[in-house]
Design a protein around this ligand. Structure first.
Ligand SMILES: *[C@@H]1O[C@H](CO)[C@@H](O)[C@H](O)[C@H]1NC(C)=O
Ligand SMILES: *[C@@H]1O[C@H](CO)[C@@H](O)[C@H](O)[C@H]1NC(C)=O
Ligand SMILES: *[C@@H]1O[C@H](CO)[C@@H](O)[C@H](O)[C@H]1NC(C)=O
Ligand SMILES: *[C@@H]1O[C@H](CO)[C@@H](O)[C@H](O)[C@H]1NC(C)=O
Ligand SMILES: *[C@@H]1O[C@H](CO)[C@@H](O)[C@H](O)[C@H]1NC(C)=O
Length: 590
């Protein structure tokens, strides 16, 4: 080989090296400078103990586990509220739900009718509004649960398209047992016993009076019987009729502003949502996008398509979880196919802990599992608020990162706003904190020194993560009374209450060290914790500061904003046709 050929070979190698260097740096340039896409996955009522990567061995969630293996797993990820509506308000705004008024002072903590007037207020800023202004294409598929109309039918005041989304396919209110006839009723379950007793008492009284009247012992004008019958027909019959037909009124599917299926046919809904997600990704693959994939499962009523029904080891609940996992796999696969994987941040979570009071009338367990944690949905025991939390972004987040520091679902707001290139609003308090420094290990300790745990609008407990020790203190000002007392839940009511006679007040507060007692089994006292009073004093000072920064706002969950208002009812046909329609073609993804 002569020297010129060697030179040529060298120079070719040099060129290749230069090209490679250029490609690598170019790549780094891309991942740091170009704006990532976001897929935010929220599963409804999923427990931390239901997922393989958090220790479940019998439910199969390989696609969710893959996100943890190849990304970051938060072991202390805290929902801002143990209930759907307020938790989702906090997620969308990065703020404690009391700040937006989406935290009830009365017993009902979430929207239960599609035709109620409350919702996320317009003056709140959602991360989607910010991203939309930055040129992102924004979509929500699944459950919204932050309101629909306010003054009249079709004003769409609280609709997702008025909160920064360009596309909506899903439900505006919560899914319920009442949505699938034959799967029980949340409303009538509570009322059934009372109704039955009323029927028996009214029946016996009427019968006795008629009998006594007949034999002449008392004299009651026939009119009185007429009135009783009238009250019955005018009041009880319509109420029963309303609840028996609630699935027509409450359980409808919308595409943008149009009702496309009323009532919903659920069997293949998770698959239809998956097709919708895949199509959204394909439509937007050439521009930055944000997809909020808000699964309607695994809230009751439970359902799964034929491929999954009867396949898991945990009944219909397990089937539903496994179908959601399959759906997530399809979405990740679609990113891979379109070379979007390295430029997309995926977040996975649940809105609150598993609902352990959910047991069907036949005794089948319809709520999930919260692992070693106490309590569940609607309580601020760890089981109600410690939810799965995963961040997946190959090339940016190292595989198998595990973060044990406290984080919150409110942290997503500043994290993605910053990554999109925008700035976090300066005119209001944002309670969430950017997760990227923690995930990328540039800052190993969480800046959430205190987290405030609300039960509806009531401050229930405070978590203190002191900077100078490994303890995680949690002080409860009150706690729900479990029934029976040694059980894990409020089995006498569908959701544990936050006020009234069904809670215990604690003065001094109940104190736990979660770093040593994550199951919240052994409250500490001055004998068992020498710093007991000092710790409580620090927590009380922080609480005082926090309360001073909570403004008084219009409450969105007052009785008036929660009740059913017929003039707000979405109905895709005439009332005589029972609000029935079906325009949703079965778009099913194989
Ligand atoms: C729900 O109702 C459907 C139809 O009536 C029935 O086939 C199914 O078994 C019920 N599922 C549960 C979990 O109760
Ligand atoms: C669900 O999908 C399956 C398979 O495509 C189909 O056979 C079935 O009819 C669908 N169910 C409903 C209720 O449309
Ligand atoms: C897995 O999840 C199921 C369903 O919630 C639950 O019944 C079971 O106890 C869990 N298993 C483990 C080992 O955590
Ligand atoms: C890291 O966290 C500490 C508090 O734990 C905070 O004071 C500091 O500003 C943070 N540094 C960076 C670079 O974010
Ligand atoms: C940690 O700091 C607090 C003040 O924030 C102090 O009261 C406490 O004694 C310190 N604890 C330790 C273990 O140094």
């Amino acid at each position: 080989m002569d020297s010129s050929r060697i030179m040529m070979k060298r120079s070719r190698e040099m060129k290749r090296m230069l090209l490679l260097t250029f490609l690598i740096t170019g790549n780094v340039f891309c991942t740091t400078k170009s704006r990532p896409n976001f897929i935010l996955i929220m599963v409804d009522d999923l427990g931390i103990g239901d997922v393989g990567c958090y220790g479940n061995k019998t439910l199969r969630t390989p696609n969710i586990d893959q996100l943890a293996d190849k990304g970051a797993k938060f072991t202390q990820h805290i929902a801002a509220s143990p209930l759907c509506t307020p938790s989702r308000a906090a997620f969308m705004t990065g703020r404690y739900p009391v700040r937006s008024g989406v935290a009830a002072e009365s017993r009902i903590g979430t929207f239960i009718f599609s035709a109620s007037s409350g919702g996320l207020p317009k003056n709140e800023v959602t991360f989607t509004e910010i991203l939309q202004k930055e040129g992102y294409s924004t979509g929500i598929i699944g459950k919204w649960h932050l309101g629909l109309n306010r003054e009249w039918k079709d004003d769409f005041y609280h609709h997702p398209l008025n909160h920064g989304f360009d596309y909506f396919y899903g439900i505006t209110v919560t899914h319920l047992r009442d949505c699938i006839p034959g799967n029980g009723s949340v409303f009538l379950a509570g009322a059934a016993e009372t109704l039955k007793q009323t029927f028996v008492i009214v029946g016996i009284t009427l019968f006795t009076l008629i009998f006594l009247n007949k034999i002449g012992l008392v004299k009651i004008p026939g009119k009185v019987f007429g009135y009783i019958l009238l009250v019955f027909i005018l009041f009880i019959v319509p109420v029963l009729f309303f609840f028996w037909n609630l699935h027509y009124l409450n359980c409808f599917l919308m595409r943008n502003y149009q009702v496309i299926q009323q009532p919903i046919i659920y069997e293949n809904l998770t698959r239809r949502m998956t097709s919708e997600a895949v199509n959204f990704i394909l439509r937007n693959q050439n521009k930055p996008f944000l997809l909020y994939m808000s699964y309607i499962q695994v809230h009751t009523a439970l359902y799964a398509s034929a491929t999954f029904r009867g396949k898991s080891k945990h009944g219909i609940y397990g089937d539903a979880v496994e179908e959601v996992d399959w759906s997530i796999g399809k979405i990740v696969n679609e990113l891979n196919k379109n070379e979007l994987r390295d430029n997309t941040l995926i977040y996975f979570t649940s809105d609150n802990g598993a609902h352990i009071e959910e047991i069907s009338s036949s005794g089948e367990i319809h709520g999930g599992y919260n692992g070693i944690f106490k309590g569940g949905k609607a309580t601020n025991w760890e089981g109600g608020i410690r939810v799965p939390g995963l961040l997946y972004w190959p090339g940016v987040i190292t595989s198998e990162t595990v973060i044990n520091e406290p984080t919150s679902n409110m942290d997503i707001f500043p994290t993605i706003v910053k990554l999109s290139g925008a700035t976090v609003p300066q005119d209001r308090i944002i309670d969430g904190l950017d997760l990227m420094p923690l995930v990328q290990r540039s800052n190993v300790s969480s800046e959430h020194e205190f987290l405030f745990h609300y039960c509806n609008a009531y401050l229930n407990a405070v978590r203190w993560n002191p900077r100078n020790s490994s303890s995680i203190w949690k002080a409860f000002f009150f706690s729900p009374i479990f029934h029976p007392e040694d059980s894990e839940g409020c089995f006498n009511s569908h959701v544990c209450p936050c006020c009234g006679h069904l809670i215990n007040q604690h003065d001094p507060p109940l104190l736990f060290d979660l770093s040593k007692d994550p199951g919240e089994k052994n409250p500490l006292g001055p004998q068992t914790e020498p710093n007991f009073y000092n710790i409580l004093r620090t927590i009380e000072d922080a609480t005082k500061d926090h309360r001073e920064n909570i403004p008084v706002v219009d409450n969105q969950l007052t009785v008036n904003h929660v009740i059913w208002k017929p003039w707000l009812q979405a109905c895709c046909s005439s009332w005589l046709e029972f609000c029935y329609c079906d325009y949703d073609e079965e778009l099913v993804f194989e």
